[in-house]
Design a binder for this molecule. Sequence first.
Ligand code: G3H
Ligand code: ZN
Length: 278
Amino acid sequence: PLTDLVTPASAARARGTALGAFNVVLLEHAEVFARAAERAGLPIVLQISQNAVAYHGGELAPIAAGALAVARRAEVPVVVHLDHATSVDLVAEAVELGMSSVMYDGSCLPYEDNVATTAQVVRMCHARGVSVEAELGEVGGKDGAHAPGARTDPAQAARFVEETGVDLLAVAVGSSHAMTERSAVLDNGLISRLAAVVPVPLVLHGSSGVDDAGLVAAVRAGMTKINVATHVNVVATAVVREVLGRDAAVVDPRRYLGPALRAAGEEVERLLRLYAAA
Ligand code: G3H
Ligand code: ZN
């Protein structure tokens, strides 16, 4: 069934494990990720980013409706989350469409503007029972907050949560977005210090750049939601290349997307089990 983000995130935090969040660009992603979560017997977050909405010609409704239908029919709790929204209008549309959670990303704004806009988003979303994740980063927009050198200050993070009322907080601890190799080194000491003073679950973005051992260490240090997009695409695209390279007669997308997405689903299942065992 469809669930909000706070319920499974709080449960994971209480157990010292983490919740897996994976980005949905195609309807098939939602389908295979939900099946992976069912096989693992664990909740999952299906997230649709503002960038994915742009890919769909600026239309959130069709892909959101698909993900919501998958979530409602799933045998495990599934969160349908708007990821990296910088547009308050898009957040409002997500709420209207019945999505259960949103990330408002004001990390490129000056601190006071990030607080003011995030607090406004929280009021709007909480009135409708929708969870809010926000981000406290530094200059430079989406990737700026997750440049390898960017770090979130624990005292400022605690103050930000108090001032905005957000349900989860994305923090900068050494990961960066869209890495195709798992070579990032996280600051686990900083994760522990953040987890000690921030009263809500912490979110790791750009987790594709972190290897299995690094992910387990980050969960043990206090990360509660682990966002992976690129790594799953790396796995799927290798299969597409292999199938098309092997047989020049293949034209039906089911012939290359089918096996590629099955491989993606297996990797998602493996990661969900890894976080749950951490
Ligand atoms: O919000 C989405 C994640 O941060 C995904 O980042 O593509 O680097 O795994 P990634
Ligand atoms: Zn992200």
